[in-house]
Design a protein around this ligand. Structure first.
Ligand SMILES: [Zn+2]
Length: 576
């Protein structure tokens, strides 16, 4: 390790051509040099590690080169170039304003500026992190910047352009450096790896590039670190372990679970991720990013927005093909809302779990019906009374029934035919996730039934309803949480057809929501009544709401109801 040189230094670019990811900018600089149109002051702006200082050095070398090449690069052979390459040229001086920001430091620099160069034509002064100069130092510098000697060129570099005084800005030619793309960084790392005889998986380098966030210097230093840790064999697994990056694999699996409406799988995956020590919020932004990547993978015109390695890009393409665009939009929206609500939520884990359940619901078969445009969990309770088959359809709030299940009597009449269902009727604003709606009503929507079939409407009693309800529960003994919820929360019959269930939490409400279609179908068939509708309401006594926090409510609820305690345990639910 005696001769060990960090890669960031060893592979520092020495020509404009070798600067990674700033092609347009380096071309402009070359053109200016070629045309002999040099300014006295330049301002290089951009994030750290994107090549500002490197470009400044190359620029200084090139304008002093005695035999520049036909492509506008320094020859790297003449006396001046060699002096630059061996770091003994007097024509370049660098000042780091982060550590030398006093008036005295600037005065020293200003004094030097007067002395013309011995060899070459220009002396170049690089002031790094120029926004760190004190106001007094800035002012001392301004005079020199206003009337510089003809041999002096200043290159000011900053990561914070907005902190530069207008008086300075107006005297400089400004160059904005871009973040280097992940593909460019990964490609350069691959080059460095090949030069160093290091084995590196493309996906591993892509993750390093992402972690470096557009900065080559950081990327190279992470690269060095992992190369030494892995003894020169940089694998994807080693990288994610070292950088504490969450494996993409989780998001692919999670999305597969979404697409098959596998709620338990998503909850268990989320738990596994938490157990590995990843922050929930970190997880949410990763999920948002994954969904976004799926979306851009669906269209070839947006494929360039996908910043991942080749193998991963292929997987995104495959998974994207399975996702409906509308599903992705809605899932992104849910994930984004979860992110926004996260900071203010008292029960962060639950918030994330609810989001996962909601995304799962997007893939439920009901979504493909006429009501697909409305958020699944969030149908606002409809206040109008229930219609008997013979009554006229009530106005707008009965829209769903009109559009999807016209009454047998009304259907053939001309007036009913002239009625245009308007699925696009504006809906009341959907309630925000994380703030449970006090009452949610689920519409019975059965568009897939053949039109000719006459709907059944056999009267039934409260006891019939409860019996059917419990019989349904018996068909799902493996779904412990739902089974217990149904056992302990029996419905009451409201009016003739409303099956009303009071629950204590949004999780119970969600459990019933998830099974609603199957449950309603079962009730319709068992009770021979196709008009049965389901309504759930969260009832928490006021006393508890005032004097308990969520954790305490859960404890109290568990005491009241041992089955709930069992469900919480089996699902590994937690309140943070
Ligand atoms: Zn030269």
């Amino acid at each position: 390790m005696d001769n060990y040189i960090v890669s960031a230094r060893k592979y520092r670019p020495s020509t404009f051509q070798s600067v990674v990811g700033q092609k347009a900018l380096t071309q402009t600089l070359k053109n200016a040099i070629d045309a002999g149109k040099l300014a006295h002051a330049y301002l290089f702006c951009g994030p750290r590690g994107v090549g500002k200082t490197s470009c400044a050095r190359i620029f200084a070398k090139t304008i002093n080169c005695m035999h520049p090449t036909a492509t506008g690069e320094a020859c790297n052979e003449c006396e001046s170039c060699q002096a630059f390459n061996e770091q003994r040229s007097y024509n370049i001086s660098e000042l780091d304003a982060a550590s030398n920001n006093s008036v005295d430091d600037i005065r020293q620099l200003v004094d030097q500026v007067r002395i013309p160069p011995q060899i070459g034509k220009y002396k170049v002064y690089i002031v790094d992190e120029v926004h760190m100069l004190s106001t007094a130092a800035f002012n001392a510098f301004l005079k020199t910047l206003e009337e510089p000697p003809h041999h002096a060129i200043f290159i000011l570099a900053t990561t914070e352009k907005h902190k530069i005084l207008p008086t300075i800005l107006s005297r400089c030619q400004v160059y904005d450096f871009q973040r280097i793309t992940i593909a460019d960084i990964a490609e350069h790392l691959q080059y460095v790896a090949s030069q160093e005889g290091i084995q590196a998986e493309a996906e591993a380098l892509s993750v390093i590039a992402q972690k470096a966030d557009g900065g080559m210097r950081d990327a190279l230093s992470i690269f060095d670190q992992i190369a030494s840790f892995t003894a020169g064999n940089i694998t994807y697994n080693a990288v994610i372990e070292n950088l504490n990056v969450l494996d993409y694999e989780y998001y692919f699996r999670l999305t597969d679970a979404f697409l098959t409406t596998n709620v338990p799988a998503t909850l268990l995956l989320f738990k596994e991720i938490c157990d590995k020590g990843f922050e929930s919020q970190h997880f949410i932004s990763g999920l948002s990013n994954h969904l976004r990547n799926l979306l851009v993978s669906k269209d070839t015109s947006t494929l360039s927005l996908l910043e991942v390695g080749e193998a991963t890009a292929k997987r995104y393409g495959e998974q994207a093909a399975k996702c409906d665009t509308r599903f992705l939009y809605k899932a992104m929206d849910l994930s984004n809302r979860c992110d926004l609500d996260y900071r203010v939520s008292n029960n962060k884990r639950f918030l994330v779990e609810l989001m996962l359940i909601q995304i799962c619901q997007l893939s439920m078969p009901a979504e493909t019906t006429a009501q697909a445009s409305q958020p699944p969990l969030q149908s606002i309770k409809q206040t109008s009374p229930q219609q008997a088959p013979a009554t006229q359809p009530a106005p707008t709030t009965q829209r769903a029934q009109q559009a999807t299940a016209p009454t047998p009597q009304a259907q053939p009449t001309p007036s009913a035919q002239s009625y245009t269902p308007r699925p696009a009727t504006p809906r009341p604003a959907a309630p925000r996730q994380g703030m449970p709606v006090p009452s949610i009503r689920i519409n019975a929507q059965k568009t897939e039934q053949p039109q000719e079939r006459v709907k059944r409407r056999k009267p039934f009693t409260q006891d019939d309803l409860v019996a059917a309800w419990l019989k349904y529960a018996d068909t799902i003994p493996d779904e412990v949480a739902l089974y217990n919820t149904m056992q302990t929360h029996k419905p009451t019959l409201k009016g003739e057809i409303i099956c009303k269930v009071d629950v204590e939490s949004t999780i119970q409400q969600s459990l019933i929501q998830v099974t609603r279609d199957a449950l309603l179908e079962y009730l319709h068939n068992t009770l021979e009544n196709d008009y049965i509708d389901l309504e759930t309401e969260i009832k928490i006594s006021n006393e508890r709401r005032v004097s308990y926090n969520t954790g305490e409510i859960l404890v109290a609820m568990k005491e009241d109801n041992p089955n709930l305690a069992k469900a919480v345990e089996m699902l590994n639910l937690e309140i943070e």
